[in-house]
Design a binder for this molecule. Sequence first.
Ligand code: XUL
Ligand code: CO
Length: 438
Amino acid sequence: MAEIFKDIKKIEYAGKNTKNPLAFRYYDADRIIMGKKMSEHLPFAMAWWHNLCAAGTDMFGRDTADKSFGTEKGTMAHAKAKVDAGFEFMQKLGIGYFCFHDVDIVPEAENINETNRRLDEITDYMLEKMKDTGIKCLWGTANMFSNPRFMNGAGSTNSLDVYCFAAAQIKKALELTVKLGGRGYVFWGGREGYETLLNTDVKFEQENIAALMKMAVEYGRSIGFTGDFYIEPKPKEPMKHQYDFDAATAIGFLRQYGLDRDFKLNIEANHATLAGHTFRHELRISAINEMLGSIDANQGDYLLGWDTDEFPYDVYESTMCMYEVLKAGGLTGGFNFDAKNRRPSNTYEDMFHAYILGMDTFALGLIKAAELIEDGELDSFVEKKYESFKGELGQRIRTGNATLAELADRAAEMGSCPTPDSGRQEYLEGIVNRVMFG
Ligand code: XUL
Ligand code: CO
């Protein structure tokens, strides 16, 4: 098999002062941070769809990059060339995992039985490569948003026939995820939402989505899938209203339908900001509900109101992300770069620059987050902030053993309420800058 990225050698760690653009400045896989190797803190994954499929087409223009990998697109030869390119790419970067949708890995046929046959063939080939390289599958999923049959939704469709096709795709994608030893299985509700209430029965649709997820859990467990199912929240795009708006909404949905034992969340940075939250907020809400599973590592653009899926370069954000992840004790999933090169960055070399940038941004974020935790000032401030609840009455409130009347009596005794202590936000922001920039 011919080498595809011929001009690019294995990317090595060369230290922060290197001017070599094809080397890591911060990602040093074996470096120990808080008792664990960087590579264990940061199980990075390549997103099949952006890296091997997307070639720059947008609403206004066609492909700018050549991702044919020397074959004809839309053929099984092309599907295999993508496997070759993907594994060479991951090996050269030292990336341990990949994520895929069913239709990323083969061209979808008119007939689902033929698509499934192609999926069997390609995953046999992927398995060989996985054995040779030690690269693993982070998660699999079914694309239930691109095909026109899903225009009214997949789990939320009005059509029983379409619902069966969604079920068939999930069944197959679960089988493939198990075959490839995937750690997780993702539901991103791309078309699960609505444009107008004039034609939508929201309750009916949400119940049907939950029923489909329940069947997926039952089937997955029956074929030996022991990993986590994930919902990946996103508030809008492609739909105006998407049901999995944000972490809190998805958690409520999972609890309402009894799916919370099998599901966690896959939090994507750009989806968080589209929902009007920080990335960090979504991670914290997931973590405190014990549902922080995996991360789609990318970043949005604060000036644009859509999902730009940029490679992350904002170290402040990656530091805050890693702070949450370290505090939560790590992820059961990993860090999937659900990110694409900008349209004019259209060479093979740009694909490597993008991943080096993303991996270094998270490595530096990890280093700085660990320094923030070791520094301890933020933690001790927060600890002290709630100290008034440490006394006898506070403890009774915390354990559900106080009454409204006795609290009101205490307020009446005091008469007027003392002003609480300062929140000291600017002081704390200064601490973050001190730790980050020294
Ligand atoms: C879309 C998105 C998806 C999911 C998987 O915004 O993030 O690629 O990650 O379906
Ligand atoms: Co995503």
